[in-house]
Write a protein that binds this ligand. Sequence first.
Ligand code: UN1
Length: 512
Amino acid sequence: MATDTLTGPTIVGSATRAKVYKNFIDGEWVESVSGQTFENLNPADTRDLVGIFQRSVKADVDAAIAAAKRAYAKWRLVPAPRRAEIIYRAAEMLIERKEDYSRDMTREMGKVLKETRGDVQEAIDTAYYFAGEGRRLFGPTTPSELPNKFAMAIRQPLGVCGMIAPWNFPMAIPSWKLLPALVCGNTCVIKPAQDTPLSTYNLVKVLSDAGVPKGVVNIVSGFGADAGAPMLEHPDVRAISFTGSSSVGRTIGTTAAQSFKHCSLELGGKNPMIVLDDANLDLAIEGGLWGAFGTTGQRCTATSRIIVQKGVYSEFIERYVERAKQLKVGNGLDESIDMGPAINERQLISDLKYVEIGQSEGARLKCGGHRLDSGDLRHGFFMEPTVFVDVNPKMRIAQEEIFGPVVSIIPCDDLEDAIEIANNIEYGLSSALYTRDVNKAFAAMRDLYAGITYINAPTIGAEVHLPFGGTKATGNGHREGGLGAIEFYSEWKAVYVDYSDRLQKAQIDRVD
Ligand code: UN1
């Protein structure tokens, strides 16, 4: 592990030695004033205690916000290209530490190593992208309507930004939030997910090692009500960025609105993948497996509905289920494993509950549906890849976000019918279409009402320089990634310079 300097004393448990990780406030690693901690357990094997983290309370969050506010006075004046150089250095350090951080992440989050390497890589890509933005942050200059007058719009930072991160991409998603915020000149307080604080710590450690000045980035671990909620009401926090469920997002959005904070919400999904009769079926089957069971289905972008045209429906199901049964479930540190555990017991219970719901609704359980608890698996939260077929699009399993390895296969008549089913849902994050017909592909790109559409690829796999986010209950209109992030973490100021040496009244002193 490459995290020694951020730890406190080693404590000795009954079976495991675990490190104690502290909050990072004003450039110092400090304990919570609560004096309380919580355990970060490996969901693949709960005998493995990954670390002990601070159970922070409002006073810790307030201290972090105060530090961020003090640091903002100087950080906003550091030239953006200089701020960006620090982020560039962070990218290079992440490359050096990639393997250690990927292993840390698999231990705390459960997803397989090749995916956690991808998660760290996504933070690296994000760092390079926003490091480049340091020399752009473009704003328009435009002619004034009056003579001898100059007009332009410049981007200003917002101030202190509060961030609440999810557990499924515990380094990539914090990087989407922290790095554009920093390059724009903001200072940050981030609360990592309580299930996966270590990976977010590792990212903050890298930023500190790369030269981010004290107080500019602060991390406060803990639970939402104690360590997240205080940011929402604090008058010195100007922006809130949250990734998580739509129900929590609704509360966050309405609370943040009271003090007119900017608020970016990335919420749930129930992402459809359409397979038409003319699709390359081999490709669609591989894509559907990766989309549904990658990250154990724990992505907002997971493929959770596969809508298959009648001509290939039976063949698709037969071959898809055959392959799903072969997926190897286990501890993600073993390179031969395809799918890791659910993040925690509550999530596993919820996933299994949806299996019952699907059966009681009359969907046909074609494979999976059970907890896996033989041998060492009994120490983790494993379940079989689960496929329901002949699902009616109105059923709860086809409407509600499950966030587990449970996929619903739904028959459809044609593209029009498929799009109707795809769109008839509360969410609108990702979507996919498998076809060889370019006309149908373009119609779907236009008509699928979602923030992301893939053609001949599954619903997961977004790249960091494109807008990420969705429609309807998936969010509130903002986008992460690419320029959308710069839009969110800066605010426009219009600047007029009148060099006529006389009073010129806009809209009034015009020459007709
Ligand atoms: C998420 O789905 O929660 O597009 C984030 C992807 C990843 C990010 C996913 N790059 O699948």
